[in-house]
Design a protein around this ligand. Structure first.
Ligand code: BG6
Length: 454
């Protein structure tokens, strides 16, 4: 195991307190990081390391493991847009590192800062292009449309080698999302039936109960389509619809996902956009904002395997429950059509939140003297079988970056095609309907598509 230095730009933000620091302390406790690991937290505020950790504790929604973090973290005050400030950071890193140290530069900052920070990282000599011991990690948003995404990407390529760049889509680090390929390709029963002759439709659902949680500046420019569909939902769709990759190495997997995205079609008659009642009263949201916090639409993947199968994508905030789920629904059997019984269709549930797992819905006879039928679910709950704590997405992602494994990160052409798709949908954007509760939206979807959402 190599020693590690993780430099966090934007270290006082929400991502650092909610995801990065907890993931780092958990990895350390699981002995996945060496004792010499250092986390250099950069920020403008005049803090000592102790004050920084105290401040972050106040920000975090769950208790931070301060005892562990105080062994790892060094707070370094710095104005990241000032080129001269980089020299003292370089000196600090040089003091902490040896020849083998892996360096991770985590840009937990808004994209408006990417150009300056990337430029300064390069010009100051902090990061050298092509040095694979140094990885640069970006979080979305990668732009707000295809044009801006291209600009950001081109800018990154000016300063870093693609092999050094890790673009995070944290959904790819989730246990059940990683498991989709395994369930599909390592089970004969699914291999045989994974096509348009047996699959009736696919539903990709991401529901949240929270609102925008103080992220007005970002969210109002983004909305549900850009925030959720462009990244997480399209990644899930690609994993469901892709062909078997040549190998499970990163590029082969991505080559297959790309084919899905380039065969994606959107049915504009199915688009429903909503905004939760109260959104306009959120702090810093313009009173006339038309940003959508809910989106539903139907899409098709026009490959021989999936041609004709509707994919229903839905994501929204302030809905009835926190749930991320993919439902693959199968056609009825011919017998089933003959019998006049209330049979339900078979469904494969791929459950991502609140708990990861798989479920398979079958028809079964109700036990007893009658011949009644009922749908039953065979269920596998991953968390119930995991030993100790479940690995969080960010733990897996950090470990993969350290090991140079790129499968769970997005390649530029995936991002390019997904923006192309979103830009096309955006052309049909109309004023969102205001919703108070999920039932209204469900009814609207049912009236439009005859589909029952969960
Ligand atoms: C983020 C979005 O990418 O994913 C947020 O920016 C959203 O708006 C979040 O709340 C959902 O992630 P999770 O892991 O809680 O389902």
């Amino acid at each position: 195991m190599k020693d590690l230095i993780i430099v966090i730009f934007g270290s006082t933000g929400d991502l650092t307190s909610r995801k990065l620091l907890p993931a780092i302390s958990r990895l350390y406790k699981k002995n996945q990081l060496t004792k010499a690991t250092k986390v250099i937290a950069l920020g403008r505020k005049d803090f000592t390391t102790e004050q920084y950790l105290e401040y972050m504790s106040g920000q975090a929604s769950k208790q931070l493991d301060i005892k562990t973090l105080s062994k790892l973290v060094l707070y370094h005050q710095m104005e990241i847009t000032n080129l001269d400030a980089y020299q003292s950071l370089i000196e600090l890193i040089n003091k902490e590192k040896n020849e083998q140290t892996r360096e991770l530069y985590y840009l937990a900052i808004g994209p408006e800062l990417f150009p300056d920070v990337s430029n300064h990282m390069s010009i100051s000599g902090l990061v050298s292009i092509g040095n694979l011991n140094q990885s640069i990690i970006f979080e979305k948003p990668f732009g707000h449309d295809l044009f801006s995404a291209k600009e950001i990407n081109q800018m990154l390529w000016n300063y870093f080698d693609e092999k050094q760049i890790y673009r995070i889509d944290h959904y790819l680090g989730k246990e059940m999302i990683q498991n989709i390929m395994m369930v599909r390709f390592a089970n004969r029963i699914f291999e045989e039936i994974w096509h348009n002759r047996t699959i009736k439709n696919v539903k990709i659902i991401v529901k949240e109960t929270e609102g925008i949680l103080g992220r007005a500046g970002y969210y109002d420019q983004s909305g549900a389509l850009r925030d959720m569909v462009q990244s997480h939902l399209l990644q899930m769709l690609s994993l469901i619809a892709m062909e078997v990759p040549l190998t499970y190495f990163s590029d082969d997997v991505k080559d297959e996902k790309i084919k899905v995205m380039s065969h994606l079609h959107f049915d504009h008659n199915s688009l429903i956009l909503g905004q939760y009642d109260g959104y306009l009263e959120e702090k810093n949201i313009p009173k006339d904002s038309q940003t959508e916090t809910f989106v539903f639409f139907k899409a098709y993947v026009n490959t021989p395997r999936f041609k004709g199968v509707p994919f229903y994508l839905m994501s929204g905030k302030k809905l009835d429950q926190k749930e991320s789920l993919i439902i693959v629904e199968f056609e009825e059997t011919s017998e089933q059509r003959k019998w006049d019984l209330p049979l339900s269709t078979n469904k494969l549930y791929i459950k991502i939140a609140p708990t990861d797992g798989v479920g398979l819905v079958l028809n079964s006879k109700v036990p007893g003297l009658t011949g009644d039928v009922e749908p039953v679910e065979l269920e596998y709950c991953i968390a119930c079988h995991a030993f100790g704590n479940m690995t969080e997405a960010y733990e897996k992602l950090i470990i993969d970056i350290v090991g140079h494994h790129k499968t769970l990160f997005t390649r530029w052409d995936e991002i390019e095609l997904s923006w192309h798709f979103i830009d096309h949908i955006k052309k049909y954007q109309t004023a969102p309907i205001i919703y108070n509760d999920y039932e209204e939206l469900k009814k609207m979807i049912k009236d439009l598509t005859h589909e029952e959402m969960k």
